[in-house]
Design a protein around this ligand. Structure first.
Ligand SMILES: Cc1ncc(C[n+]2csc(CCOP(=O)(O)OP(=O)(O)O)c2C)c(N)n1
Ligand code: SF4
Ligand code: SF4
Ligand code: SF4
Length: 590
């Protein structure tokens, strides 16, 4: 049987067919859909954990017991899971273990562009690199099998375009694999010296064995063209982009990009005059070949950042003298109107940033839908790096300001998902070395979901949605830590919220404000819409500045000046625009 699957769905299917039992993940583009798909298989225990470290540990537990286990996350998520990962990978694997990393060349939805093949090698894992949905499924199954055969953890590193694009996949039945059970063996599973020292040799040995095995395997495909003196070494989607050029060159397509067989590459290097490596992001394969003493070129012709499309490959090969005449040279990107992302109609984050912008305070933001507050037209957050970082950064900047005699307030903004992911330790640190001159305000946007990645649940969801078994009360948690000044406010009460935030920024100390409105999109909230009375409207545009999609200025019949208007179909009736209107021109429809 065949099905059309995205790369993400194919990964999940591969895990299912391979008899996978335990799967965990933390949401993040491009891999969210993997766990969402796995939740649909009754045979598999699948969970979204509070962060990537916990997710990895859940999968580790399953694997230690001998179950086939996987964990998936976006590339930066692996940074969060690094500590257990780097130690766990020293152990011999019991149940097949695969870490799926979703890399994002071009950073369509990420805060950086890190190439996790480097991490895979660093952690002594074998690395598969699929380029299509069929490969995603096949490589997942092979990776689980090799993981058990070579007792090694494996990585399946998949890029965003492969995750999201669809392809035909041949489906097979599930093969049940019964967990072997956990056998107590401290030498293998307790990582302290001298066990760790033995583990170093063990890891090197198993990677060497995997490298020898890689000499002649069906997932590394050699396509030789008679008479070609050029060999292109590539992997993943780059292979398919290259094939569109239909060039008379030989290609060695690596399904497994680490380890690469030295013996095979030495043989090939004797046959070919030019060896060119085509890969996105870092020169990973290129460096691997160079370490093996293979004379090759790569990044001198291809960009070190962003995605590589067929036209980029053609351009690079033209520079390398492989392509004489370019077919794709004149392809220009279609000129589209640029439209920055913005909060949905009725987004609970809107009034908070409208207030902060008007208060003109320094705002240390974080990662979530509220990251959009850094963009025009808001420009209301001034720092944004990584999940949970706002708390420590705010404290550090506050301390530096006080030492410099700078009395200004500083505001930190974090979502509930990010609070539970990695914000908590920052809050624990807040009461350490408090100074009476400190002035920090923390706003926790408790919208009861992890909205930016598609509305997955988090520890706060159950407080709004009774179907969810997670309901941690953030205020109670903070109080238990000893943080006294914690207020909850419904931010759709605009003036009250503004007064609370303003007051918090004006008084010294640590203030926490938790806003309680849930995500409008996730919970499909729709109240009666609002409309503008053009006879009352003075055209001041204050409502337009709340940047809600249904609001625009328009020409009404019989009225000369432009007046505001609201699209009734888009408006979800949050009332924020009506509360900022100075003359009461915006009214509720029922
Ligand atoms: C380490 C890491 N893991 C995952 C992500 C993907 N990601 C982007 S925003 C976000 C969480 C947003 O949830 P929340 O803080 O509740 O804010 P909301 O989007 O609901 O406003 C996640 C998980 C990431 N950027 N970094
Ligand atoms: S998904 Fe929810 S939190 Fe995100 S912008 Fe839309 S309403 Fe706001
Ligand atoms: S009431 Fe105003 S701010 Fe709220 S959704 Fe409607 S148009 Fe947007
Ligand atoms: S804020 Fe009120 S008066 Fe000003 S443009 Fe909007 S509707 Fe008109």
């Amino acid at each position: 049987m065949k099905a059309v699957l995205t790369g993400n769905e194919a990964i999940a299917r591969g895990f299912y067919e391979a008899g996978g039992l335990i799967a965990a993940s933390y949401p993040g583009s491009p891999t969210v859909q993997i766990l969402e798909t796995l939740k649909g298989y009754d045979e598999i225990y699948a969970e979204f954990s509070p962060n990537e470290k916990v997710a990895l540990e859940v999968a580790v537990g399953g694997s230690l017991y001998g179950a086939r286990a996987m964990v998936s996350m976006k590339h930066v998520g692996v940074n969060i899971a690094m500590d257990p990962l780097m130690t766990f990978t020293q152990s011999p694997i019991n149940g097949g273990f695969v870490l799926v990393s979703g890399d994002d060349p071009g950073m369509a939805s990420s805060q950086n562009e890190q190439d996790n093949r480097i991490i895979g090698k660093f952690a002594n894992m074998g690395i598969f690199y699929p380029g299509s949905s069929q490969e995603a499924k096949d490589f997942m199954k092979i990776a689980l099998e090799l993981s058990e055969r070579f007792k090694t953890p494996m990585m399946v590193d998949i890029t965003s375009r492969v995750c999201h694009s669809r392809g035909i996949v041949e489906l097979e039945d599930r093969k049940e694999v019964k967990p072997r059970g956990f056998v107590r063996d401290p030498e293998k599973y307790t990582m302290l010296p001298p066990n760790t020292i033995k583990a170093q040799y063990f890891m090197k040995e198993r990677i060497k064995e995997l490298e020898e095995y890689a000499y002649d395997v069906p997932f590394n495909v050699l396509e030789e063209v008679e008479g070609s003196d050029t060999l292109i070494v590539t992997s993943g989607l780059m292979y398919y982009n290259l094939k569109e050029l239909n060039l008379p060159v030989s290609i060695y397509k690596l399904g497994m990009v680490y380890p690469i067989s030295t013996r095979r590459m030495e043989e090939l290097s004797k046959k070919y005059k030019n060896i060119i490596v085509i890969e996105e992001m870092m020169p990973f394969i290129e460096n691997e070949l160079k370490l093996k003493g293979i004379n090759c070129k790569g990044k001198e012709y291809f960009s070190f950042t962003g995605e590589l499309f067929t036209e980029d490959i053609e351009e690079g090969l033209h520079k390398a003298g492989i392509v004489e005449e370019r077919k794709y040279a004149d392809i220009d990107a279609v000129d589209t109107v640029k439209r920055p992302p913005m909060f949905c109609a009725g987004c609970p984050h809107r009034p908070v940033f409208d207030i902060l912008k008007k208060l003109n305070v320094t705002v240390i933001g974080d990662i979530g839908c509220y990251s959009m507050s850094v963009l025009p037209a808001w420009k209301a957050s001034h720092v944004m790096y990584s999940m949970g970082a706002t708390i420590g950064i705010t404290k550090g900047m506050n301390k530096a300001m006080r030492q410099n005699g700078d009395q200004k307030p500083i505001v930190s903004v974090i979502g509930d998902g990010t609070f539970f992911h990695s914000g908590l330790p920052g809050f624990i640190d807040l009461l350490h070395q408090v100074d009476e001159e400190d002035n920090m305000t923390f706003i926790i946007l408790d919208n009861r979901t992890t909205a930016m990645t598609g509305g997955q649940h988090n520890a706060s969801s159950g407080r709004y949605n009774s179907n969810d078994d997670m309901h941690v009360h953030i205020k109670t948690l903070l109080k238990a830590m000893g943080i006294e000044n914690v207020q909850e406010v419904d931010q759709f009460e605009y003036k009250k919220t503004r007064d609370i935030i303003r007051q918090a920024t004006r008084e010294k100390g640590i203030s926490v404000i938790i806003t309680t409105r849930p995500c409008a999109l996730k919970y499909k909230i729709k109240e009666p819409h609002y409309y503008v009375d053009p006879e009352v409207c003075i055209g001041c545009r204050t409502c337009v500045k709340v940047n809600c999609p249904p609001i625009r200025m328009k020409k009404y019949e019989g009225i000369d000046e432009l007046k505001s208007s609201i699209d009734p179909d888009e408006c979800v009736g949050c009332s924020v625009c009506s509360q900022v209107c100075p003359v009461g021109a915006i009214k509720r429809s029922q």
